[in-house]
Design a protein around this ligand. Structure first.
Ligand code: HPA
Length: 271
């Protein structure tokens, strides 16, 4: 199936863009999809791609977008597949495997997240330095494709240290405040309880969300460089007294999105 998907996409690319090999992949999180509207040379809806599912969350468009950004060939996922939508893990991470086969060397994964660290504020950006997989499963369970990665991959540095540094230096140069920290993934779709968030903080997490970890694990397994950027959209449950809502999350992402785009474009320039 993977080869069928890759052949389908490569044929589309060849027809529309000629010799175009994407070297950077970007997964755009909730409310952060605008980069793919700003730069779009070719867009393929997920519904047309064999092997892809349709994304069901509002704030997610559901298409694969190809473009050149700052001289680099990029493929963007405008909308991702979440485990909480009921997709099996295999489907959640499928596009990352496709990106690898298309030629992507560096994956930038982004998301909307809750702030566990009490010093974080809504609409802060955070570069992910490490993660905690609290989803109770692993996207690599099942038969291993030895041509892509090894059975027991090392996850000592999922988020490429040099690229964490590049992201921090780039933010500094642009005058963008950038937090850094550990992202913990729960399955969702319910937000966490205050007790769960206290636990997450005790475990060392700074931000919490419902995505990113599966994609990052598969990218590391397939020996891709990884950059993770969270948009802190709310204080996680119990960190502030306010109840959580998806519309507040999208609103906070809207406030951060211009800074987010400037940062990502400049990071791409430095890759
Ligand atoms: N928890 C989990 N996922 C999220 C949150 C949160 O507080 N905010 C945005 N995505």
């Amino acid at each position: 199936m993977l080869q069928k998907t890759v052949d389908f996409i490569n044929k589309k690319i060849k027809g529309e863009l000629g010799d175009f090999v994407p070297e950077i992949g970007i997964v755009l999180g909730s409310g952060l999809g605008e980069l793919a509207d700003e730069f779009c040379s070719l867009a393929i809806p997920y519904t047309e791609i064999p092997g892809f599912e349709a994304s069901t969350v509002s704030g997610h468009k559901g298409r694969l977008v190809f473009a050149q950004i700052n001289g680099k060939n990029v493929v963007m996922m405008q909308g991702r597949f979440h485990f909480y939508e009921g997709h099996p893990m295999q489907k959640v991470v499928y596009p990352v495997k496709v990106m690898k086969k298309l030629g992507v060397k560096t994956l930038i994964v982004t998301n909307a997240a809750g702030g566990v660290n009490p010093s974080f504020n809504p609409s802060d950006l955070m570069v992910i330095t490490d993660h905690i997989n609290f989803m109770g499963t692993n996207p690599l369970i099942g038969e291993n494709d030895d041509s892509m990665g090894e059975r027991f991959p090392d996850l000592s540095s999922v988020y490429t240290p040099e690229l964490v540094d590049l992201t921090k230096r780039t933010a500094d140069k642009l005058g963008i405040d950038l937090q850094e920290g550990v992202y913990i993934a729960f399955t969702g779709p319910s937000y966490e309880t205050p007790a769960e968030i206290r636990m997450a903080g005790t475990l060392g997490a700074d931000a919490v969300g419902m995505s990113t970890v599966p994609e990052a694990i598969v990218a590391a397994w397939a020996k891709m460089n990884v950059i993770g950027i969270s948009c802190i959209c709310n204080s996680a449950a119990g960190v502030s007294a306010a109840p959580l809502s998806h519309s507040d999350v999208i609103h906070a992402a809207g406030i951060a999105k211009d800074r987010f785009k400037v940062l990502v474009k400049e990071v791409i320039k430095g890759l």
